[in-house]
Design a protein around this ligand. Structure first.
Ligand SMILES: [Zn+2]
Length: 493
C-alpha cells in the first residue's frame, strides 16, 4: 500500500474529504450503469471513464477494489417518472422484440463501446431483473418500518413520514416543500398520498409484459430499488463509494439514500461522487435537438454534426482533459485538438524510447519530480487535466533532447519512461491505438528504420554521400522525417 493522501469530493458534504476506506486496504464501489434500451452515447462515456479512472487509481495505490456497476433492464420508466412506459418494453414494442432481446443487444453494444474506450470491466455487473427477490425484500423492510404504503397493488415511499424522522433532500440540498411544489400532477397519480412520493413497486397494467409476482400485485420494482438492493447484496450494509452522473443526484440517489435509511436505519454509502455533464456546442444533448450522437457514430464519423471520425482514445483523452466535476463541451474543433494532444503525448513516449542516453543530463531526480507532481494531481480529487499537463511538460523536455538541446542519462531515461507509462497507460488508461495488437510489428518496423539510419551513418563516415543522401531521400519520400543532430540521426513518421 502506497502512503497517499487521496482527497475526493463528497457530494454529501459538498467538500473534498480525505479518503479513508471502511475496511483497511479494501474499497467497495457502486456506480449506476446504463438503462439498456439504446446505443451508448457520450452521456454513458463520461461516468464510465470517470469511475474507470478511480478504479484504476485505487488499484494502483494497492487497494483491493470491488467495483459493482449495474445493468438496468426493467423499471426505468420514461422521463424518470413513476408513470409511462418502461423504457425497455417501449423499445421492444417498437422493434417487435422480446424485452430481454432488447436488453441483451444493447448490453452487448454497451460492453463493446466501453472496451473500445479502454474502460476495465467492473468486478460484478448485476442485472435488475436478476434481483427481483432482493428488491421485494427491500420494499417489505420499508413497509415494516412505516415509511411506505400500499395503494391499489402498488407500493409508494412515504416521503412525508420519512422526512419527519430523517431528511429527504440531504444529498441534493432540496427541501421537501420545494419538491412538492415542483412535482407535476400526472394523470393516474392519485394512488399517491403526496406528489413527492415515489414508487417502490408498481402494479403492471394488463398489456405490460415485464412482470413478477409479489405480495402486492403482479408487477415490477420501482427504478430506485435496484441500486439499493444490489449495492447491499454485493457490497454490504455499509460501503465506501457510490458514483454516477450529476443528473442522478435527484431523484435517483436521493431516493436511494431514503430507501437505505428507511430499511436499515442508517445510510449505506460513505462517499457520493458525481461527474458533471456533457454539452454539444454549448447545448444540452437531446434527441429532439438533432445533436444526439452515439459513441459508434463518433468512432465512424457517421453523423451530420461530425466533420471527421474520432477514435475511442481521442474521446477518452478529451474527457480526461477536463476535471470530472467540470462541464465538458464537445465540438469538432475541441476533438481535433484532443487528437493532436494525444498524438503529441504518444510521440513523446516513442521519442523517449529511442533517445540515446548521455553521461551527463537529466537524471532520475527529474523523473521523480514529474511523478510526484502527477501523484499530487491524482490525489487532489483525480485531477486528470493537471496530470496530462505534467506529461506534456515532460514531452517538451523529450523533444528538446531529441533536438540535442538537453540530454537524459540512461537511468534518467529509464525512470521517466516508467513514470510516463504508468500514468499514461495504467492510470489514465490510454493506449496507442495504432500500435494496439501490433506491438511486435511496431518494434520490428522501428528496428528496420534504425538499421537503415545506421547504414547511412556508416556511409557518411566513409564519405559515401550518394548512399547517405539516397537513404535520407527515399525515407523522406515514404514520409519519414530524418533529423541529423550532433549525436546521430533521429526519425519520426
Ligand atoms: Zn442507480
Amino acid at each position: 500500500m502506497k502512503p497517499h493522501q487521496l482527497l475526493i469530493y463528497n457530494t454529501l458534504s459538498r467538500q473534498k474529504e480525505r479518503f479513508r476506506p471502511l475496511t483497511e486496504g479494501r474499497v467497495g464501489m457502486y456506480v449506476c450503469g446504463p438503462t439498456v434500451y439504446g446505443d451508448p452515447h457520450l452521456g454513458h462515456a463520461r461516468p464510465a471513464i470517470t469511475f474507470d479512472l478511480l478504479f484504476r487509481y485505487l488499484q494502483h495505490l494497492g487497494y483491493k477494489v470491488r467495483y459493482v456497476r449495474n445493468i438496468t433492464d426493467v423499471g426505468h420508466l420514461e422521463h424518470d417518472a413513476d408513470e409511462g412506459d418502461d423504457k425497455i418494453q417501449k423499445k421492444a414494442k417498437l422493434e417487435a422484440l422480446e424485452p430481454m432481446e432488447v436488453a441483451q443487444y444493447y448490453t452487448n453494444r454497451y460492453h463493446e463501446a466501453m472496451a473500445a474506450l479502454g474502460c476495465l470491466p467492473p468486478s460484478i455487473e448485476p442485472h435488475a431483473t436478476g434481483h427481483i427477490i432482493e428488491q421485494e425484500e427491500l420494499v417489505k423492510q420499508i413497509l415494516r418500518n412505516g415509511f411506505a404504503y400500499e395503494s391499489n397493488g402498488s407500493v409508494y415511499f412515504d416521503v412525508e413520514a420519512y422526512n419527519q424522522k430523517h431528511r429527504y433532500g440531504i444529498l441534493s440540498g432540496r427541501n421537501l416543500e420545494d419538491i412538492k411544489d415542483k412535482s407535476r400532477a400526472l394523470a393516474g397519480t392519485d394512488e399517491k398520498h403526496n406528489q413527492a412520493d415515489f414508487a417502490l413497486w408498481k402494479r403492471a397494467q394488463p398489456q405490460h409484459i415485464m412482470r413478477w409476482p409479489s405480495p402486492w400485485s403482479d408487477g415490477f420494482p420501482g427504478w430506485h430499488c435496484e441500486c439499493t438492493a444490489m449495492g447491499r447484496k454485493y457490497l454490504g450494509d455499509h460501503f465506501d463509494i457510490h458514483g454516477g452522473g450529476m443528473d442522478l443526484v435527484f431523484p435517483h440517489h436521493e431516493c436511494e439514500i431514503a430507501q437505505a435509511v428507511a430499511s436499515q436505519g442508517e445510510p449505506m454509502v460513505k462517499y457520493w461522487m458525481h461527474n458533471n455533464m456533457i454539452t454539444i456546442e454549448g447545448q444540452k444533448m437531446g434527441k429532439s435537438l438533432g445533436n444526439f450522437i452515439t459513441l459508434f457514430e463518433f468512432f465512424t464519423g457517421q453523423h451530420a454534426k461530425l466533420t471527421a471520425a474520432y477514435s475511442p482514445m481521442t474521446i477518452r483523452f478529451f474527457i480526461l482533459q477536463a476535471h470530472y466535476r467540470s462541464t465538458v463541451d464537445f465540438s469538432n474543433e475541441a476533438l481535433a485538438a484532443s487528437q493532436k494532444g494525444l498524438e503529441r503525448l504518444l510521440d513523446g513516449l516513442k521519442t523517449l524510447e529511442r533517445l540515446a542516453p548521455k553521461a551527463e543530463g537529466l537524471t532520475e531526480a527529474y523523473a521523480e519530480d514529474v511523478e510526484k507532481k502527477c501523484y499530487e494531481a491524482m490525489d487532489d480529487d483525480l485531477n486528470s487535466p493537471i496530470v496530462i499537463s505534467h506529461l506534456f511538460d515532460a514531452c517538451r523536455q523529450i523533444n528538446q533532447a531529441a533536438d540535442g538541446k538537453v540530454a537524459f542519462t540512461a537511468a534518467g531515461r529509464e525512470r521517466l519512461l516508467q513514470v510516463m507509462r504508468t500514468f499514461a497507460f495504467d492510470i489514465l488508461g490510454l493506449k496507442d491505438e495504432a500500435a494496439d495488437g501490433n506491438a511486435a510489428r511496431e518494434q520490428a518496423f522501428s528496428g528496420a528504420v534504425d538499421l537503415l539510419l545506421d547504414i547511412r551513418a556508416k556511409a557518411k563516415a566513409a564519405k559515401d554521400w550518394a548512399t547517405s543522401d539516397q537513404i535520407r531521400d527515399r525515407l523522406a519520400a515514404l514520409g519519414f522525417e530524418v533529423k541529423d543532430t550532433k549525436d546521430g540521426a533521429t526519425w519520426k513518421l
